[in-house]
Design a protein around this ligand. Structure first.
Ligand code: TXA
Ligand code: MG
Length: 330
């Protein structure tokens, strides 16, 4: 194994059967890096309790700084060994786990997540994914697995194994190929640190759904990235190579267009490339398609991607958050 935890000869592509998952668990227990599917995006996993393994994540992704990472565990019991859950955190965990929700809670005494994975903070981000391959892998590893999205730093998050390999082939030991992810956007991140609940990142669980469970309005303004509430929430984070122009009411010549809904803006006919996130205006379908669509339009080699408006309700909140980051100056 070299410094990046990869094996000479390149990245192993493993099936998501018993043997592939067992092999992946072994690599992780030995300090190597394995990309694996979750219901949100592919994660780049390392043993969260092993600082040297976590350091390989930053090296493989070429992350400029040590941002705190999400520690993935197979259930609430394992989560409670790592973090302290107050009443609100417990209610959220019971309502949304397993699923696309990450809870930031105070570190438990005896918690095993390394300082490096927490970026030295006294809190820890925990998530129980619902993807059966991820759950089975986490049970076999028997330790929390730190996993940011499995892309190079600043690139669009991967929703297919091919996206991961396009960014990280040869830089990681293995990838479990579980096909396309179903949610397509990262988890919602909520901090439960001081008796309240604060939205740090919109994601696969909607703000509305969280507010129904809590019976109160969630703290936390829309994260703009200008003054990050959570460390590592950079404005320009989900960046295709092309420039991105938001809320386009018409498409200019030489632009590619990312559409939403049944009505195309004027100029769509002459766009250099076009994709519709959901022709019926379904936000779930749009969320699942977003990152893949950005990659495909980018590959078409366009200079600018014009993006039609997406309504700011339900999953539209998280979709617009990612689109703003894709459009942010960099
Ligand atoms: O869906 C997801 O969440 C994916 C899959 C692989 O699980 N993972 C992911 O990880 O998106 P990453 O590293 O790209 O995002 C982690 C987010 C960052 O915004 C980070 O700032 C925040 O969680 N975070 C982690 N620990 C934190 C802490 N102690 N305090 C505040 N924010 C924290
Ligand atoms: Mg990411």
């Amino acid at each position: 194994m070299n410094d990046l935890g990869s094996i000479p000869g390149g990245t192993l592509r493993l099936d998501t059967d018993e043997a592939g998952i067992e092999r992946s668990a072994q690599v992780l227990r030995n300090g190597g890096l394995v990309a694996f599917p979750t219901e949100t995006v592919y994660g780049l996993g390392a043993d969260a309790s092993d600082a040297a393994a976590v350091a390989r994540i930053y090296a493989a992704k070429e992350r400029p700084s040590f941002n705190p990472l999400i520690a993935h565990v197979p259930g609430l019991d394992a989560a409670r060994r790592e973090g302290v859950f107050d009443g609100i955190a417990l209610r959220l965990a019971e309502a949304f786990w397993p699923g696309p929700l990450t809870l930031v809670v105070p570190v438990a005494s005896g918690g095993t997540v390394s300082d490096l994975a927490r970026a030295g903070l006294p809190s820890v981000a925990l998530r129980v994914p619902t993807h059966p391959v991820a759950l089975s892998l986490l049970r076999k590893v028997g330790r929390p697995v730190a996993a940011p999205s499995a892309n190079r730093s600043g690139r669009v998050s991967p929703t297919r194994a091919e996206h991961v390999l396009a960014d990280l082939d040869g830089r990681i030991a293995a990838i479990l190929d579980g096909g396309s992810t179903s949610v397509g956007l990262e988890s919602t991140v909520i901090a439960c640190l001081d008796g309240g609940a604060r939205l740090l990142r919109p994601g696969g669980v909607t703000r509305e759904a969280v507010e129904v469970v809590l019976g109160l309005a969630l703290d936390g303004a829309q994260e703009t990235g200008e003054t990050p509430i959570g460390p590592g929430l950079l404005a320009s984070h989900y960046a295709p190579r092309a420039a991105v122009r938001l809320d386009a009411s018409r498409v200019e010549p030489h632009e590619a267009v990312l559409l939403f809904g049944p009505v195309d803006p004027p100029g769509t006919e002459t766009a250099t490339a076009r994709l519709n996130l959901s022709a019926t205006g379904d936000l779930r379908e749009a969320a699942a398609a977003l990152f893949s669509a950005l990659r495909r339009l980018d590959e078409a080699g366009t200079g600018t991607i014009a993006v039609a408006p997406v309504p700011q309700i339900g999953l539209g909140d998280a979709i617009n958050d990612r689109l703003r980051r894709a459009a942010a100056p960099r």
